[in-house]
Ligand binder design. Structure first.
Ligand code: TRP
Length: 448
């Protein structure tokens, strides 16, 4: 079986050495493996969430596209495209938005961080929060699910989003798959060593720390950045500890075992930091020379880049277009012209034999489950608030086979976390009680 690997890069910045060594280079290497299909894309719709500077968005898209190609991505093998060239992605985003629980999205780290920040600042919880930011994980779920990706290489901060994609995809499968898996469940692959390429000051290399080493700028700029790498104050001739030096970590990320061993020994023997920097510079400058040249050639011919990305979009849409058509049909957006279309696969809901009715009495909030004749099947306990009652009722209607229904003394009861949350009347015989149980099971399995 071929494994589908998919990942996206938000187009808001210029790739630096850390992005290259951490994400781009390993992704390109992975795309050469056997039995692998890779989908790599520029997440430019995601970029709009964070950035309202059109010039920057445009520049970043161009630079990131050129970086991947300069780094050796083979677009015959991999499918390389811009998110915004695939209209099936925003269309699927809507289908998923309609099944994504708002409560799930409330828990997204990025949104929660924004809310926390507002609260600390004494502002309205949602101040400055756009629907784009709030729905960010749904768009990302669509990116992943539209291509039925198996593996999604991401940084640690994105793992939650991949889990949400599973969650939303699973719910969609349950509602519309009629027993079939419409969507494959994706798995996050965490590239841990990736996150640890250090910057000039030893912290993770990141634009937000302003400690990056440029990737395809001139040799001169590369040299100047390397000269700013922070080291300890050991003098030339003093032995140095390679393992506590992020200069050495950077060197390791680009060198062979033999080169690493030599550098290690020389540092321990007292190599001057200035010398070590010079060696790192030579190493990087040599390794980056060729891709740097390709990068600048590509940047000078944006029309060619455009063509490559258009071809990528065409390839991606060969998969996305028919799949989205299938999904549209699954939710009931079907042609009227197809014979019998109005009759096919009517959801079981239409024949629904039951109702769940919520109400409030002196003791609190309750619900009943009624059969098709309007007779009581179950009456819930009194809940202290409507929300708790709603959650219990929802559990009844969604737990399906996991629902804990017990039958004691010709009476049915439903249990959730060691608590009886609803009960039937007492039936006068085992037969009637069994009949009621069957009715209840049928009633709850038709609801979703
Ligand atoms: N949100 C990701 C990031 O900022 C980028 C991204 C968008 C992505 N869609 C994706 C990553 C789908 C993997 C899969 O890093």
């Amino acid at each position: 079986m071929t494994t589908r690997i998919l990942t996206g890069i938000t187009t808001t910045g210029t790739p630096h050495l850390g992005n290259y060594a951490g994400a781009i280079r390993p992704a390109i290497a992975a795309s050469h493996a056997h039995n692998v299909e890779s989908f790599y894309f520029l997440a430019d719709y995601h970029a709009l969430i964070k950035c309202d500077d059109p010039a920057r968005i445009q520049r970043s898209r161009l630079e990131i596209a050129a970086t991947w190609l300069a780094g050796g991505l083979d677009t015959e093998r991999a499918t390389f495209y811009r998110q915004s060239d695939i209209p099936e992605i925003p269309e699927l985003t809507w289908l998923l938005t309609c099944v994504a629980a708002k409560g799930l999205l409330n828990r997204a780290h990025a949104y929660k961080a924004a809310v926390d920040q507002n609260e600390t600042a004494g502002l309205d919880a949602d101040a400055g929060v756009t629907m784009g930011l709030f729905s960010y994980p749904v768009l990302m779920a669509a990116d992943i699910l539209i291509f039925n990706a198996h593996k999604v290489p991401v940084g640690r901060d994105q793992v939650q989003h991949v889990e949400m994609a599973r969650d939303i995809g699973q719910r969609f499968n349950h509602l519309f798959g009629q027993g079939r898996e419409l969507f494959t469940m994706p798995e996050a692959v965490i590239e841990d060593d990736v996150a640890t390429l250090p910057g000039l000051d030893g912290r993770k290399m990141s634009k937000s720390y302003d400690n990056t080493i440029p990737l395809f700028s001139s040799s001169k700029e590369l040299k100047s950045a390397i000269s700013r790498i922070v080291t300890d104050s050991k003098l030339p001739g003093e032995p140095k500890d390679p393992d506590s030096s992020h200069l050495f970590t950077l060197y390791q990320a680009f060198s062979s075992h033999a080169e690493q061993a030599a550098m290690r020994a020389d540092l321990q023997a007292g190599l001057a930091w200035g010398e070590a920097k010079q060696r790192l510079f030579t190493l990087l400058d040599e390794q980056l020379a060729e891709p740097r040249e390709r990068y600048h050639a590509l940047m000078a011919k944006p029309k060619e880049l455009e063509e490559i990305l258009q071809a990528g979009a065409l390839k991606a849409r060969k998969v996305a277009t028919p799949f989205l058509q299938e999904l549209r049909e699954a939710v009931g957006l079907r042609s009227f012209a197809v014979q019998g279309a109005e009759l096919t696969t009517t959801k079981k809901k239409a024949k629904k034999a039951s109702r769940v009715v919520s109400f409030r009495d002196d003791e609190g909030f309750r619900f009943r489950v009624l059969n098709s004749k309007g007779e009581d099947l179950l009456l819930s306990k009194a809940f202290a608030d409507g929300r708790a009652a709603g959650m219990a009722s929802k559990h009844l209607q969604t737990a399906q086979d996991d629902l804990d229904i017990r039958q004691v003394d010709q009476r049915l009861s439903v249990w959730l976390a060691d608590e009886c949350i609803a009960q039937s009347a007492q039936y006068s015989s085992d037969e009637l009680c069994a009949e009621a149980l069957a009715e209840l099971r049928a009633a709850l399995s038709t609801e979703s």
